[in-house]
Structures are given as structure tokens and as C-alpha cells.
Design a protein around this ligand. Structure first.
Ligand code: EPU
Length: 285
């Protein structure tokens, strides 16, 4: 088997939240054959599986996950640049593409500076800023789905939305092709620096979080609503609503998934009560 298998692996070691009980198996696969073989075995044995990526947008339960958490190793971490396009493995980090684009005097990825996670995760949730998303760069995506097998989907044939995509739950993203265009390196650097500075000022980037907890409702920012309600700084166990940004819940040390969920419920309740708005989760539960 071309990979590594870790039984009863605490997911707190593999999530940016540093939260999560044990997965029955944590498996790092190093090749396409290993990944598709593993998924097929899970399906045949009726064992749940999910792709963890860098664990940056997920809250794993304290009881853990009674299945296989899959991470992408060696063959999925490559980035090549050919004929105006990046060919990137789904296990490569989005930030590695941002850096590589900058190094080659290419523009189009400045919005993603400082965004954690892998390309696979970024594509599934259509990561981005408020108004620029990774989907605008996608030429094609190669995926594997049990029963269907491998397929290369054109970016235009995928339905993308705000922090969502049409990939099926049992569809694993393997690789993607991204477009980039020549750009003035000074302009690229300025844009990257401005984006990063803005986020460093307004988001708790150095603390364990999952990024934004909720999606912004149409026309407003959840962070602002939570701020207006005076909820910043609210604590539950080891978890706390960030003083910097209302839509971030930080693990101040020893937080459990239960602590975070309790804060989420509190926020949802207060926002519903005050604004009549039902918040949708951005973090994967
Ligand atoms: N605001 C407050 N108080 C707060 C937080 C925000 O008043 O505690 C106000 C800000 O002053 C600003 C407005 O709300 O006027 C919007 O805030 P911000 O610019 O921080 O943007 P956001 O809507 O909260 C979105 C994305 C972020 C992305 C930023 C920057 C969502 C849910 N969040 O945040 O994405 O980094 O724009 O482009 O769409 C993520 O998805 O994980 C994420 C971090």
C-alpha cells in the first residue's frame, strides 16, 4: 500500500482548530492508485470516509470519527506550470500556488494570500475573499467517484457559488488546472501585501481557528452582526469568540468541539432573535 495508516489517530493533530477526537484510521495516501483503492475498500466495507486536507475548515467531534480520514501525500503535492497554466495536486497548499505565481510574475491569486488549506479543500468550498473566489481560476478538475471512476471536469461545467461547489460528497478531488496571466510583479506584491495586512489586522490568524465559522448572509457580514450584539469575547470552556473578528471562534487552549458548538448555537440564537436571520455554517461539521 502506497501510504501510511495510523489507527485511532487524534484528529486534533490534523486540524487547524487543534480539536477533534480519534479517527478510526487516519490514512495518508501517496498515489492515485492508493487513493482510489482505499475509497473502493471503504465503499465495499460500508466504512465512512472523508478527505481532511489540512483540516482548516472542519470541526471534528470530541467522540472522533468512526471511519477513515484521508490525507493526500507525495504525488498529490506537486505544482507544475506549463503553457500558462498551473497543474496542481489537490494536496498542495493554496499558499504554495500563491507564492509560485508571485515567483513567476503571474497574477490572479493575490486574493488567496494567507488562506490556509489545500487546493482540494479550496475547490470544494470555493475558497476566497468576499468577492474573489478560486473558481474564477479553474480550467479543469480531475476527480474520482466510486462507481463512476476518474473524470476530468471543465471548470465551466462545475456549479460554483459563494463558499460552495457541485462536487458530490463522495467525490474526491485529485488535481486541478488553474489559469494565471502575466502581471506586473510590483502590482502583484502590493496587492498581496495589502490583502495580508488587512487580514492580519482584522482576523486572529496566529490562533487555532477554522477561519470563518458562518457564511455571510446576503448583503451583510456576520462578523458585524455578532459585533453589534456585543458577543465578541464570549467564552465557553476553552473556546472564545474572537475579540478581533466576530465570525471567528478561537481555541484558547484545551477547547473541545462541544465548547465551540455551544458558542455557535448561542450566536445563531442571538442573531435569529435580533435580526431574524438563520446563519448557515461555513465550517464543516
Ligand atoms: N466587522 C465588524 N466587526 C467584526 C468583524 C467585521 O464590524 O467583528 C465589519 C468590518 O469592519 C467590515 C465588515 O464587517 O466593515 C466586513 O468584514 P471583513 O472585511 O472582515 O469581511 P468578512 O465579510 O467578515 C469575508 C470572508 C473572509 C475573508 C474576508 C476578506 C466570509 C464568511 N468571510 O469576511 O473569509 O477573508 O471577507 O476578504 O465570507 C473564510 O471564509 O474563512 C474567511 C476568512
Amino acid at each position: 500500500f502506497d501510504g501510511d495508516v495510523y489507527p485511532n489517530e487524534p484528529m486534533s493533530r490534523h486540524t487547524t482548530y487543534r480539536i477533534g477526537g480519534p479517527a478510526r484510521f487516519f490514512v495518508r495516501v501517496n498515489s492515485v492508485g492508493a487513493l482510489t483503492g482505499l475509497i473502493d475498500v471503504c465503499v465495499a466495507e460500508d466504512v465512512p470516509w472523508f478527505m481532511v486536507g489540512r483540516g482548516s475548515n472542519v470541526l471534528v467531534a470530541d467522540e472522533g470519527f468512526a471511519g477513515v480520514a484521508v490525507a493526500l501525500g507525495r504525488d498529490f503535492r506537486t505544482t507544475r506550470f506549463e503553457e500558462g497554466r498551473f497543474l496542481v495536486g489537490a494536496g498542495a497548499t493554496l499558499s504554495s500556488v500563491v507564492q509560485e505565481a508571485f515567483r513567476r510574475n503571474l497574477g490572479g491569486f493575490e486574493f488567496a494570500v494567507g488562506t490556509p488549506g489545500t487546493l482540494g479543500g479550496a475547490l470544494r468550498m470555493n475558497a476566497g475573499s468576499r468577492d474573489e473566489w478560486i473558481s474564477s481560476r479553474v480550467v479543469s478538475v480531475t476527480t474520482y467517484r466510486p462507481g463512476r471512476g476518474l473524470a476530468r471536469l471543465r471548470g465551466d461545467d462545475i456549479a460554483w457559488g459563494y463558499r460552495t461547489s457541485s462536487f458530490a460528497d463522495d467525490e474526491a478531488i485529485l488535481e486541478c488546472e488553474l489559469s494565471a496571466e502575466a502581471a506586473d510583479p510590483f502590482a502583484v506584491r502590493d496587492k498581496m501585501e495589502a490583502n495580508l495586512a488587512r487580514r492580519q489586522q482584522s482576523q486572529p490568524l496566529a490562533e487555532p481557528t477554522c477561519g470563518s465559522v458562518f457564511k455571510n448572509p446576503e448583503g451583510t457580514s456576520v462578523g458585524r452582526l455578532i459585533d453589534e450584539l456585543g458577543l465578541k469575547g464570549t467564552v465557553c470552556g476553552g473556546a472564545c469568540i474572537s475579540e478581533l473578528h466576530g465570525n471567528f471562534i478561537v481555541n484558547r487552549g484545551g477547547a473541545t468541539a462541544t465548547d465551540v458548538r455551544a458558542l455557535m448555537e448561542h450566536v445563531r440564537h442571538r442573531v435569529r432573535e435580533a435580526y431574524g436571520v438563520d446563519l448557515a455554517c461555513e465550517v464543516r461539521l
